[in-house]
Design a protein around this ligand. Structure first.
Ligand SMILES: [Zn+2]
Ligand SMILES: [Zn+2]
Length: 418
C-alpha cells in the first residue's frame, strides 16, 4: 500500500475549514495594508538559494531538496519564500514601481528535516515582503499586519519578540567584542557553537543547547552597540508598536545570522514559548536584493507557518467557520424520476443551492437515511406518481413535514431558504 511520503500530510475536507479560515483572514488583512499577491514557481535554480539563504545555514547545508532535471539544470524545491520573491522583484524591474512594493504569497516549502509535531518536510507559509523602503514605519506596519491576523483568528496569549541586529556599520565591532567574550569559553560550549564561533558568531546567541545558556546569559548585547542610525530606527519602530498596543518583549538574543539581515528582527511566540515553536517571524534584509544581483534596496518581510497556526487554533479550541454542506438531497425512484431529479438538482445549483442527487439503486428508505447522514436539511422526493401529477415532495428533515409543489416552485422556495 502507498502512503504519503514521510513528513508530508493530506489535508482532508474536515480540516480544509481551518486552512480556508487562515487564508481568507490573511488575504483580507493583507488587502487592508496594501499588499498584493504574487505567486512564484515551486522550484528555482539552486544558486538562488545558495546566495539568498546563505550557504553556511542548516537549510542549505542539510535540508534542501535539490535535483538535476533531464536537461541538466540544477534545481531546488523552494525551502523558503523570500528569495524567490526578491528574484521576481529584480527580474520584473519592480524597482521602477512606486516603492515600497508590498507583496504577499502563500507558498509550500520543502526541507529535509526530522519530522515532528507541527514540523513537516512539505510545509506551508504565508509570506509578506515590503521591498524598497527603509522607513521604520514600514517595519511597524508589517509587524502590526501579522499581529492583527493572529488577533482576527482569535489566537490569545501571544508575545512579540523584538530585536535589532544592527547593520554593516555597527555590527562588525560588536562581533569583534562577542568573539573576544567567547574566546575563553569556546571549550565549554556545544560543538555547533564551536563551529559558529568560527563561521557565524551571531548565531551563538540563539543556541538552544543547555550547555551554552550560561555563556549566552553573560554575552554582550548588540543593542548596546547600535550606531546612531540603527538606534533611531529601532526607537521609532518601538514607538509605533507601542502606539498599536502590541505586547513587545525586547529580546537581545533574537538573531538572524546572515550578513544581509539588518536592523529589525522579530518573532511571535505562543504562550508555551520557545523559538522552536515560533508562530511566525521575520526581519529586515537590506542587503539581499543587492546580494541577488539587484541595486542596493532596503526590504523587510515575514513568514508564518500555516500548520503552526492551525496547531495553535486547535490547542486554543478555536473553531473555524463551518464550510457549507449539502442543503438539498434529491431522492428518486424509477428511471424517469431519476432524470427529473438530475434536471431539478441542476436548476437548484444554478440558483446557488448546494445539492446532491441520490446515486445507485437504493430504496427510498435508504436514500432518506443517506440524506440524514450527509446532514442535508431538505429532501426532494420524486417518484413515478409525483411525476405523473407534475409535482415533487419537499420534505423538511428537521421538522419532518412534507409539502407538494410544482418543480419550479420547489426550486424557487428552496433557493429562498426553504
Ligand atoms: Zn551551543
Ligand atoms: Zn548600525
Amino acid at each position: 500500500m502507498f502512503q504519503a511520503p514521510r513528513g508530508t500530510q493530506d489535508i482532508l475536507p474536515e480540516d480544509a475549514a481551518y486552512w480556508l479560515f487562515v487564508e481568507r483572514t490573511a488575504r483580507d488583512w493583507a488587502a487592508r495594508y496594501g499588499y498584493g499577491e504574487i505567486r512564484t514557481p515551486t522550484f528555482e535554480e539552486t544558486g538562488l538559494f545558495l546566495r539568498g539563504v546563505g550557504d553556511s545555514t542548516d537549510i542549505v547545508e542539510k535540508e534542501m531538496y535539490t535535483f538535476q532535471d533531464k536537461g541538466g539544470g540544477e534545481l531546488t524545491l523552494r525551502p523558503e519564500g523570500t528569495a524567490p520573491i526578491v528574484r521576481a522583484y529584480i527580474e520584473h524591474g519592480m524597482a521602477s514601481r512606486p516603492q515600497p512594493v508590498r507583496l504577499f504569497s502563500f507558498v509550500n516549502c520543502f526541507r529535509y528535516d526530522r519530522p515532528q509535531r507541527g514540523r513537516y518536510r512539505e510545509f506551508h507559509q504565508w509570506d509578506c515582503e515590503a521591498i524598497g523602503e527603509i522607513d521604520p514605519l514600514v517595519d511597524a506596519e508589517l509587524i502590526i499586519l501579522l499581529w492583527r491576523v493572529y488577533q482576527a483568528l482569535g489566537l490569545r496569549d501571544l508575545t512579540l519578540q523584538l530585536n535589532s541586529i544592527g547593520d554593516a556599520r555597527c555590527r562588525p565591532a560588536y562581533l569583534e567584542r562577542l568573539r573576544e567574550y567567547y574566546r575563553p569559553l569556546v571549550a565549554t560550549v556545544c560543538p555547533d557553537c564551536r563551529r559558529r564561533y568560527e563561521t557565524n558568531p551571531l548565531r551563538l546567541l540563539d543556541c538552544k543547547n543547555a550547555a551554552c545558556q550560561a555563556a549566552i546569559a553573560g554575552a554582550p548585547r548588540l543593542l548596546d552597540y547600535l550606531c546612531a542610525e540603527c538606534a533611531e530606527h529601532f526607537a521609532a519602530l518601538r514607538a509605533y508598536l507601542a502606539d498599536a498596543d502590541l505586547p513587545v518583549e525586547i529580546n537581545p538574543r533574537l538573531v538572524r545570522g546572515l550578513d544581509y539581515y539588518t536592523k529589525t528582527v522579530f518573532e511571535v511566540w505562543p504562550a508555551e514559548a520557545g523559538a522552536q515553536s515560533a508562530l511566525g517571524g521575520g526581519g529586515r534584509y537590506d542587503g539581499l536584493v543587492e546580494q541577488l544581483g539587484g541595486r542596493p534596496t532596503p526590504a523587510i518581510g515575514f513568514a508564518t507557518g500555516i500548520e503552526r497556526i492551525i496547531l495553535n487554533l486547535k490547542a486554543q479550541s478555536i473553531e473555524p467557520p463551518l464550510l457549507p454542506g449539502p442543503r438539498v438531497y434529491v431522492a428518486h425512484l424509477g428511471d424517469r424520476p431519476r432524470r427529473e431529479a438530475m434536471r431539478l438538482a441542476d436548476a437548484l445549483r444554478q440558483q446557488g443551492v448546494p445539492t446532491l442527487v441520490a446515486v445507485g439503486g437504493r430504496s427510498m428508505r435508504a436514500q432518506l437515511r443517506h440524506a440524514n447522514a450527509l446532514g442535508a436539511p431538505w429532501v426532494v422526493v420524486i417518484g413515478e406518481d409525483e411525476l405523473a401529477r407534475g409535482v415533487v415532495q419537499v420534505k423538511n428533515m428537521r421538522g419532518g413535514e412534507s409539502v407538494e409543489l410544482a418543480p419550479q416552485a420547489a426550486v424557487e422556495r428552496l433557493a429562498a431558504g426553504g
